[in-house]
Write a protein that binds this ligand. Structure first.
Ligand SMILES: NC(=O)N[C@@H](CC(=O)O)C(=O)O
Ligand SMILES: [Zn+2]
Ligand SMILES: [Zn+2]
Length: 422
């Protein structure tokens, strides 16, 4: 059915009407019998694109499924999400990637783009079938062993050389396992000593970021740094970009607003990989996002069942949910960011990094109608039980965030209306 979106402020600027035809494309004028969305006072942005989502299907459908994760994404204003490969089994074959892609189509609420594993079983040894995954119906272009670092430099070099042939990219979970061991769970510093928690030094991230930008330069291939968390990584990225090395980077909403001090209560809700860092790092990440050194915001939505999260801090699973709150957190952490900058870091640039030609497009005739309509001034108190996610490991529960996703439209179809699934 065709659609008219009335009076939305495009990227927070002039208000106008948007017209969508029944094939889900923006067109220049209204069609008869169109459904109407009153968007007076709302800001229209291109549908958000998340470079980093954990959907848990197959294997842990008690924590999330492709459907429930897609619902959470739509509620958060997303029209595309990249589903990480650390499922069970791992997405390391064309068949597995195609299955995730199909499940995404069946859910039909956002575009679900499978991320392929870099190495078989995420074991860091043999390359997965990168070419076959790319040539499958899923058309995988982003590869990641996320949750684990591709720590062997030779394997990383070969992966970069391989994906270069078809314009792919490796999204690296940067963490040298010899500097941050399996027990590491708290930013290494005065606080980790005081709390008696195994420390996770920033340098464990920074040495891999530095190595990988040099490998990107050497191979002429493209590397993407997942969830950057330290000021030192930002310095390396700034240098690498000045050298015109083909590197991009993302930051999570939680690393833009939360700090390591939250760990004093040993609440595993705040246990995340990479760990929350001190305020100096948070400040550097915000500045890097403003000036483009960090290209994108990506949620690292990491749902976990209660029985995996409710443990002593050291034993609990890493991760926090984030799809439904990402935009509000970004607005709260960086209230000075213009709406066009929000669109850049949460839609246009992530779409470009992932090679999603249909996403992050201008809200104009000729583009598929992927759009999110936001109440810019709403104050929202987060309720973890009001979530579409199957998991409740929500660090924002009870907090106030600025702005609210009111409607989401995916390919001309209203997926969220008045803040609820349509
Ligand atoms: N982010 C997390 O804390 N956890 C992720 C793995 C990861 O992205 O590192 C997960 O799969 O749960
Ligand atoms: Zn990770
Ligand atoms: Zn992750």
């Amino acid at each position: 059915m065709s659609l008219v979106i009335k009076g939305a402020a495009l990227l927070g600027e002039q208000a106008c009407d948007l017209y969508v035809d029944d094939s889900g494309m923006f067109v220049d004028s209204a069609l008869d019998g169109a459904e109407t969305i009153d968007a007076d006072g709302l800001v229209a942005l291109p549908g958000l694109v998340d470079l980093h989502t954990h959907l848990r299907e197959p294997g842990r459908e008690d924590a999330e499924t492709v459907l429930t994760g897609s619902q959470a994404a739509a509620l958060g204003g997303y029209t595309a999400i990249l589903a990480m490969a650390n499922t069970s089994p791992v997405t390391d074959t064309a068949e597995a990637a195609t299955r995730v892609w199909e499940l995404g189509r069946e859910a039909g609420l956002v575009h679900v783009e499978p991320v392929g594993a870099v190495t078989r079983g995420l074991a860091g040894e043999e390359l997965a079938e990168l070419g076959l995954m790319h040539r499958s119906r899923a058309g995988v272009t982003v590869f990641s062993d996320d949750g684990k670092c591709v720590h062997d430099a030779r394997v990383m070099r070969r992966a970069l050389e391989y994906v270069k042939a078809f314009g792919g990219v490796v999204s690296q979970h940067s963490q040298d396992p010899s500097l941050a061991g399996p027990a590491a769970c708290c930013h290494e510093g005065e606080l980790s000593g005081r709390l008696g928690l195994p420390g996770w030094p920033g340098i464990a991230e920074e040495v891999i970021v530095a190595r990988d930008v040099m490998l990107a330069r050497h191979t002429g291939s493209r590397v993407h740094v997942a969830h950057v968390s330290t000021a030192g990584s930002v310095e390396v990225l700034r240098w690498a970009k000045a050298q015109k090395i083909d590197v991009t980077a993302e930051v999570t909403p939680h690393h833009l607003l939360l700090t390591t001090d939250l760990l004093t209560g040993y609440d595993p809700t705040y246990k995340v990989n990479p760990p929350l860092r001190p305020q100096e790092d948070v400040d550097a990440l915000r500045e890097a996002l403003r000036d483009g050194t960090i290209d994108a915001v990506a949620t690292d939505h990491a749902p976990h069942a209660r029985h995996d999260k409710e443990h002593a801090f050291v034993d609990a699973a890493f991760g926090m949910v984030g799809l439904e709150t990402a935009l509000g957190v970004v607005r709260t952490a960086l209230p000075d960011l213009s709406w066009s900058d929000v669109a850049r870091v949460m839609s246009t640039t992530p779409a470009r990094i992932a090679g999603l030609a249909d996403q992050g497009r201008p809200l104009a005739a000729g583009s598929p109608a992927h759009v999110v309509l936001v109440d810019p001034d709403a104050a929202v108190t987060v309720d973890r039980d009001a979530s579409a996610s199957l998991s409740r490991n929500n660090p924002w529960h009870g907090r106030g965030l600025t702005s609210r996703v009111v409607h989401t439209v995916y390919a001309g179809r209203v997926t969220v209306r008045d803040g609820a699934l349509a």
